[in-house]
Design a protein around this ligand. Structure first.
Ligand code: HEC
Ligand code: HEC
Length: 431
């Protein structure tokens, strides 16, 4: 029998990443960086899951070897927006969200927990009906109709007649928003933008399948926050949903730099969305197998699409002269560029991660990760209200860019004038 078996195999000796050493400023990156096995790359081969698979250039060097042909990008976009990896078995069969939505979730309720509506998926009669208020936005039946049209960003429903029978989620749920061009929460899709209005915890808490104790935790997260490790280690420490854009030249993903982009895509698809596949990382004691594998063959196109999404341009109205002065502060007296290196504005490309103390961050979240360290966040799309306006740092402990600058002023003992601080903020707003 021809079995297709695959696992993301990571071995701790292969994933060592140099720590930044403050005293000497010298790093010791290990020659062998990462062994990452992707089913997409070995599809069709039979393999023993316990054996590590040779590193693949495309995943270690990120963008340079990623195929960016139009068909791959179109495929990747479709996966990013619409693929559930079969996670309906969780969101429908386990959480019974199809029942909750049909009974309790009107479009007004959906918008209030941050769900977004893709105006381009609405036929003219619905658009007219929303405008002249003949479409009832207080009725769950309208939500079901929107799901039938494929208009709810990141939520995929199967509707038979007027009955919602299956529901699942996609990457776009947390990593897309809309431009509000039609109304608040309704507009053209903005792929890769984090949905900071989305309250994933409040949505999951609606399920009759969660225990009261879990419901308390889910309801404690708030908008724009999600804990991608709660169902693994039982701890409750949500992090800010980050953008999925501007990562083409960033070698390691997530706040703690645990792995390359496809490593994390597979982690989320299988362990968080509950899509079907096999994810293994012995560093964090995770081995989740949910056959059949509906993830690995999609990772390459998904990655190509992610890498094709650039961070947004600076918003109109940015003070360019102040930003120009702030750039000099960033690169000079404020020492920001010592970690936010180069165009990607991160030293993770130089194989550096940071002790929580070194960057003045709470160690607790890092301790749950594979590296126990923080990655210098690649600075991108920091300020694009109303969608992007903080909070900043992994746990959102800085609510504004002024608070970010205040954090570093104290941490690094900087002596910046009020003008320099304002210019620095003006610069950050253009990134
Ligand atoms: C329920 C919300 C949610 C969903 C759904 C989700 N993510 Fe995320 N994503 C997060 C959070 C929270 C983080 C931050 C995790 C961390 O850094 O520890 C994250 C991090 C990321 C990052 C890293 C960004 C960076 O700066 O390095 C990428 C890339 C990403 N997600 C892609 C995806 C893809 C692709 C999917 C679908 C397979 C997906 N996500 C589904 C919430 C979500
Ligand atoms: C010693 C290395 C280091 C220095 C110096 C440094 N940063 Fe950072 N920066 C980091 C790390 C690591 C993170 C991620 C911390 C976290 O999320 O908890 C980060 C995160 C940030 C963020 C948050 C991005 C987001 O989307 O959450 C901003 C903004 C930022 N830094 C700006 C600056 C500025 C401005 C300076 C100079 C005043 C500076 N940094 C100096 C390492 C550094």
């Amino acid at each position: 029998m021809h079995r297709k078996k695959f696992a993301l195999a990571l071995h701790s000796r292969d994933v060592a990443i140099g720590r930044s050493n403050r005293r000497s400023g010298f790093d010791h990156p290990r020659p062998s960086l990462l062994v990452l096995a992707l089913g997409a790359l070995i599809a069709g081969c039979e393999r023993d899951e316990s054996a590590p698979i040779a590193p693949r250039g495309a995943d270690v060097t990120t963008a340079s070897e990623t195929r960016m042909d139009p068909e791959t990008l179109t495929e990747g976009k479709k996966i990013f927006r619409f693929d559930t990896y079969g996670d309906e078995t969780f969101w429908t069969d386990t959480l019974r969200m199809h029942e909750v939505i049909s009974k309790e979730v009107s479009p007004i309720t959906a918008l209030s927990v941050g769900l977004k509506v893709d105006a381009d998926a609405l036929p003219p009669e619905i658009v007219a009906g929303i405008k002249n208020r003949t479409v009832d936005l207080n009725s769950p039946a309208t939500t079901v109709a929107l799901l039938k049209l494929g208009a709810v960003v990141g939520v995929v429903g199967t509707v038979e007649g007027n009955t919602l029978t299956r529901v699942g989620i996609t990457c776009a749920l947390c990593h897309s928003t809309v431009d509000n061009s039609f109304a608040a929460g309704i507009g053209h899709r903005l792929d890769g933008w984090p949905n900071r209005d989305l309250n994933p915890g409040a949505i999951i808490a609606l399920s009759p399948a969660v225990t009261p104790a879990q419901r308390l935790v889910y309801n404690s997260w708030g908008p724009g926050m999600y804990d991608p490790r709660f169902n693994i280690d039982g701890l409750n420490m949500p992090v800010v949903i980050p953008p999925a854009f501007g990562l083409r030249h960033v070698k390691r993903e997530i706040y703690t730099g645990d792995g390359v982009v496809s490593y994390w895509n597979a982690y989320v698809a299988i362990t968080q969305m509950h899509g079907h596949g096999h994810f293994v990382d012995s560093r964090i004691g995770v081995d989740i197998n949910n056959p059949p594998d509906l993830v690995s063959a999609k990772l390459e196109a998904l990655r190509a699409y992610q890498f094709s999404i650039d961070a947004p341009e600076a918003p109109a109205g940015a003070d360019k002269a102040a930003a120009q002065r702030g750039r000099a502060v960033f690169n000079g007296v404020a020492k920001c560029a010592s970690c936010h290196l180069g165009d990607a504005k991160t030293d993770v490309n130089a194989n550096r991660l940071h002790d929580p103390d070194e960057v003045g961050q709470d160690a607790a979240y890092a301790l749950r990760s594979a590296t126990k360290l923080y990655r210098t966040t690649p600075l991108r799309g920091l300020w694009h209200p109303p969608q992007l306006k903080g909070p900043y740092f992994h746990d959102g402990n800085a609510t504004t860019l002024e608070a970010v600058v205040a954090h570093y002023t104290q941490l690094l003992g900087l002596t910046l004038t009020a003008d320099q601080r304002a210019d620095l903020v003006a610069y950050l707003k253009t990134l």
